[in-house]
Design a protein. Structure first.
Length: 297
């Protein structure tokens, strides 16, 4: 009979820029999926790992580790704590650096890992009949997918073209001021026309819309975490007209900036970062307890 991993807890969390976790040790296994590359760093005795591409961090029981999250952007990550007899057996006399237990693995764009993790969280949220076993079966699939990742380039993350990445970085660095698409295109090294065409091809939206969305997401962060007026925040994220900022915020968020701030007025939210995801199947920034460590069922 197949022995499934026992899930202790899982969640989908976004932490505010500059957050630090650790140093800490855990008494079970942890798999953490980062859906986007950031400037976050995972630190263990074997060295620091830059989490600059979508990927998975694997932490062993009893191993001291530390996270330093991106200093300028919120960092979203999906995690699962679990116990698994097969892993415990593998650690007995095993080389802790062997390939099957990589500390940091880049995840390819077509990997099933993200969708399986999200399905696990959906099940934990809805709690249908037999949900714990279903979640464990899905976790088994996640672990199989993770261990099957090859080191060669064909299985590495499908990264954006370097010019697009340069343009996205330029957007982030210049959110505080008015910039044109021509400026952004110039930062990529492409012509305006070619940049716009390639941006839509890779990102699915025009660069103007991407820039507006990034401004509004930065504004959300400031509305929650900064003691500044709406007018000041509008200027901080590159709007020269407070009224235009207010119109765009309400049009895209379905509420005014003041209503948004009131909704997240609880001090708890000052430790979290707001991330929007269309058609989310479960609430974000939610922690689900699945099985207590002492429960052997």
């Amino acid at each position: 009979m197949l022995t499934l991993p026992a899930i202790h807890a899982m969640g989908d969390i976004a932490v505010k820029p500059g957050s630090v976790l650790g140093s800490r040790t855990i008494d079970d296994f942890e798999l953490v999926y980062f859906p986007a590359g950031t400037r976050s760093v995972y630190e263990i005795d074997r060295g620091p790992f830059a989490l600059d591409r979508p990927g998975v961090v694997f932490t062993r029981p009893g191993e001291p580790h530390r996270y330093r999250f991106d200093p300028s952007l919120p960092t979203r990550h999906l995690f699962v704590h679990f116990e698994f007899a097969a892993f415990r057996e593998a650690f007995c006399g095993a080389d802790p650096n062997r390939k099957n237990f990589r500390d940091w693995s880049v995840i390819a764009g077509g990997s099933l890992i993200p969708s399986m993790l999200k399905q696990m969280l959906k099940i934990a949220h809805m709690k249908p009949a037999g949900w714990q076993r279903r979640a464990s079966v899905l976790l088994m699939g996640v672990l199989e997918e993770w261990q099957a990742i090859e080191e060669d380039e064909s299985m590495s993350a499908a990264s954006l073209p370097a010019p697009i990445m340069r343009a996205m970085d330029y957007m982030e660095q210049q959110l505080h001021r008015q910039i044109t698409i021509e400026e952004i295109a110039a930062s990529s090294g492409w012509t305006h026309e070619h940049f716009t065409r390639m941006f839509v091809r890779w990102m699915g939206i025009p660069p103007q819309k991407a820039l507006l969305e990034r401004r509004l997401r930065r504004a959300e962060q400031l509305l929650i975490q900064a003691e500044r007026t709406i007018k000041q925040i509008a200027y901080d994220v590159g709007f020269t007209d407070e009224h235009y900022f207010s119109r765009m915020f309400k049009r895209t968020r379905g509420m005014t900036a003041l209503e948004f701030r009131d909704r997240f007025a609880d001090p708890l939210f000052r430790h979290l970062a707001v991330i929007e995801e269309e058609e989310a199947a479960y609430p974000l920034n939610r922690h689900f307890v699945v099985l207590d460590h002492g429960d052997s069922r």
